[in-house]
Design a protein around this ligand. Structure first.
Ligand code: SF4
Length: 410
């Protein structure tokens, strides 16, 4: 049972584990959709929501996947009505991930009517050959069409997901995709380099020598991304994330005296203006070490220092919930220093880095004491900058954020 004396958890993630077909690069937990299993999943998810609702007061909700937009109107309505009954609607930010092939005016309207106010669209590329190579089910035309449908349904906070360093993608193709995507005028842009995960077709092709990885080209593409997104009015606030919003009044490192000044709508506790208004609040809370419930197969929760993970098996997940159990596969009580190290690492992915006091408030540890050597090492390498109040990665360091962040793990 939740500790009712503690503040309720403000972030909710829901994993929808179905995809029309598996993309060539994807190692997320998802499986081909089948009508019956989806119905069973919806009923199980509602049970899981009922079990945690009393401990939740969501400010941000994120439906990710898998392909949440694969659920039909009736299934969506069941979930959203249950959330309404459990007083879980009305969050400041409610995001649903959509595949451009599965957006319809009716679905967009239903989501909007129930308070979904942000859509994240998995575009990946606007080049037909690359879309096919990635195993995406949508065409480039469907991206433009779906964008239009979402705008007409009243969504004024849209994210586009793009991918770069795809095998066969030249700098010219990447530029063309970027130009077309930026011309759509979304409020948010996420862009990740392709990664080769074990057990994916793309990894097997790499192993078989079907193509080479070109690190220099990947770097050039990343630089192009940052330059073009910035020129189009976005601000980078995380390694792979860009959003629109007012310009910062002061930047963090150059103006150490700056007063705490979060964007009024961002409840991130950050002592900096470096979070654009259209940043994904759900992810900002996550990168800042906030607690969250993760529901659905394979989802992770982190609540009051305890990390749990649900079974990555939809059948098993449903069976457990049908018996009235939460479908938890593992539970780990994180030692405070280990958790603080992870929080440090996550927060460093943000352009704003870590204000020392903020980190202390979040974790009870002081970066200046516990991680002084690592900070010195990164600063000497030109990957990071620090002043008396903040530590943050430089643009060079952001390119290697994973390697930099790893130093902070304990
Ligand atoms: S749609 Fe997303 S979750 Fe599904 S297989 Fe493709 S990348 Fe993975």
């Amino acid at each position: 049972m939740p500790h009712m004396s503690a503040a309720r958890v403000a972030s909710l993630y829901v994993h929808v584990p179905f995809c029309a077909q598996k993309c060539a690069y994807c190692a997320f937990y998802s499986e081909p959709s089948s009508g019956d299993l989806i119905n069973r999943y919806v009923a199980a998810l509602i049970r899981e929501l009922e079990m945690v609702a009393d401990d939740l007061a969501p400010k941000t909700i994120f439906f990710g996947g898998g392909t949440p937009s694969l659920l039909n109107l009736r299934q969506w309505e069941q979930i959203l009505r249950a959330m309404e009954r459990l007083h879980l609607l009305g969050a400041e930010e409610v995001t649903v991930e959509c595949n451009p092939a599965t957006v319809s005016p009716d679905k967009a309207k239903l989501l909007r009517d129930f308070g979904v106010n942000r859509i994240s669209m998995g575009v990946q590329s606007l080049d037909e050959t690359l879309l096919e190579r990635l195993g995406r089910i949508h065409s480039r035309e469907q991206v433009f069409k779906s964008f239009d449908i979402l705008r007409k349904a009243g969504f004024d906070n849209l994210n586009l997901d793009l991918m770069f360093a795809i095998p066969g993608q030249t700098l010219e193709i990447w530029r063309a995709t970027l130009a077309e995507a930026l011309a759509l005028g979304s409020e948010h842009l996420s862009s990740y380099e392709v990664i080769y995960e074990d057990d994916t077709p793309l990894f097997a092709q790499l192993q078989a020598g079907a193509f080479d990885v070109d690190e220099d080209l990947a770097c050039a593409m990343y630089e192009e991304l940052v330059a073009r997104a910035t020129a189009a009015g976005f601000r980078q606030y995380e390694v792979a994330n860009f959003a629109r919003g007012p310009k910062p009044k002061q930047s963090t490192v150059q103006s150490p005296q700056s007063a705490p000044c979060c964007e009024p709508t961002v409840d991130c506790g950050l002592a900096t203006t470096d979070i654009p208004a259209f940043a994904c609040k759900h992810n900002v809370s996550y990168w800042r070490g906030g607690s969250f419930y993760g529901l659905g197969p394979s989802a992770t929760s982190f609540v009051r220092g305890v990390r749990t993970k649900n079974w990555s098996n939809t059948q098993l997940y449903c069976e457990q919930l049908e018996k009235g159990n939460r479908a938890v596969e593992s539970r780990e009580e994180l030692p405070p220093l280990k958790r603080a190290g992870e929080t440090a690492a996550f927060g460093l992915r943000m352009v704003a880095g870590w204000p020392f006091e903020e980190f202390k408030r979040t974790t009870d540890f002081d970066l200046r004491h516990e991680w002084a050597a690592e900070m010195g090492q990164l600063t000497a390498r030109g990957w990071a900058a620090r002043d008396e109040n903040h530590f943050q990665l430089t643009s060079q360091g952001l390119r290697f954020a994973d390697a930099a962040a790893e130093l902070f793990l304990r």
